[in-house]
Design a protein around this ligand. Structure first.
Ligand SMILES: Nc1ncnc2c1ncn2[C@@H]1O[C@H](COP(=O)(O)OP(=O)(O)O)[C@@H](O)[C@H]1O
Ligand SMILES: [Mg+2]
Length: 232
């Protein structure tokens, strides 16, 4: 099962949500492990992993059809117990994806027996769009503000669910977002100092902060169940 996380606006918390879901899936019992695919460039830093050197996902996407799904496994690194990371890296950021490569990536990830979480970043351009549009679960990560909602409405794809990253006292809440977008809010992640500190320390995967775990557990639980059924 592929869960794609994306946002029409940077700074929404997309990477934090994607890393959090992947970390919870990786720790699940029985341990099946999970794969986090980073199309946005920040996951290694948030997980406390050295930025990959050598070829990465960026190069795989830029390669021709002769470089197949089996090459992807060689690009993974261990980010935490049970959690593998497949990332592009900053050195390859200028490489442009070849025709049909995003679709080939989606096909390879859909066939993976592990639960897969993709950080699609702003998801509105490049391979992130194909992944966010084609994933079984497509989560829009949104700060509930007018500008975020405006951009979400203008996005070229519809999510299957919304994850709100909210501060208390916002005038727009869950109901407003559901009404405007016509999509269910699947989780509400609080803006929390402990989450921000875990991100800055690169410790998010090793010690998922409690408020993040509490908010994302239902999504990770559903993902695990579905991945188990897919594998069966
Ligand atoms: N729930 C949260 N609580 C506190 N800080 C957060 C939370 N989510 C994100 N942040 C902070 O906001 C910044 C942007 O988050 P990030 O996940 O990188 O956004 P995006 O990937 O959408 O650009 C990060 O530096 C992180 O520390
Ligand atoms: Mg990000």
């Amino acid at each position: 099962m592929v869960v794609a996380c994306w946002s029409p606006k940077g700074g929404s918390g997309t990477t934090v949500v994607a890393c959090g879901i992947a970390a919870l899936l990786a720790r699940a019992e029985p341990p099946a492990g999970a794969l986090l695919v980073d199309l946005a460039g920040d996951a290694a830093a948030v997980l406390g992993v050295a930025d990959p050197s050598g070829p990465g996902l960026t190069e795989w996407l830029a390669a021709g059809a002769d470089v197949g799904a089996s090459a992807l496994a060689r690009l993974e690194v261990e980010a935490a117990p049970g959690l593998r990371l497949l990332a592009g890296h900053l050195a390859g950021a200028g490489a442009r994806p070849g025709a049909g490569r995003a679709e080939a990536l989606l096909e390879a990830l859909s066939a993976d027996p592990r639960p897969v979480v993709v950080d699609c970043g702003t998801g509105t351009g490049g391979p992130g769009l194909a992944l966010a549009a084609g994933a079984q679960v497509s989560l829009l990560v949104l700060r509930p503000c007018y500008l975020g909602l405006r951009r979400a409405l203008a996005a070229p794809l519809r999510p299957s669910g919304v994850v709100l990253v909210s501060e208390p006292g916002r005038s727009l809440g869950r109901r407003d977002v559901e009404e405007v977008l016509g999509v269910a809010v699947r989780a509400e992640v609080p803006v929390d100092d402990g989450i921000a500190r875990a991100v800055d320390a690169g410790l998010l995967a090793r010690r998922v902060p409690r408020p993040l775990e509490r908010a994302l557990r239902p999504i990770a639980g559903a993902g695990r169940g579905r991945a188990g059924r897919d594998a069966a």
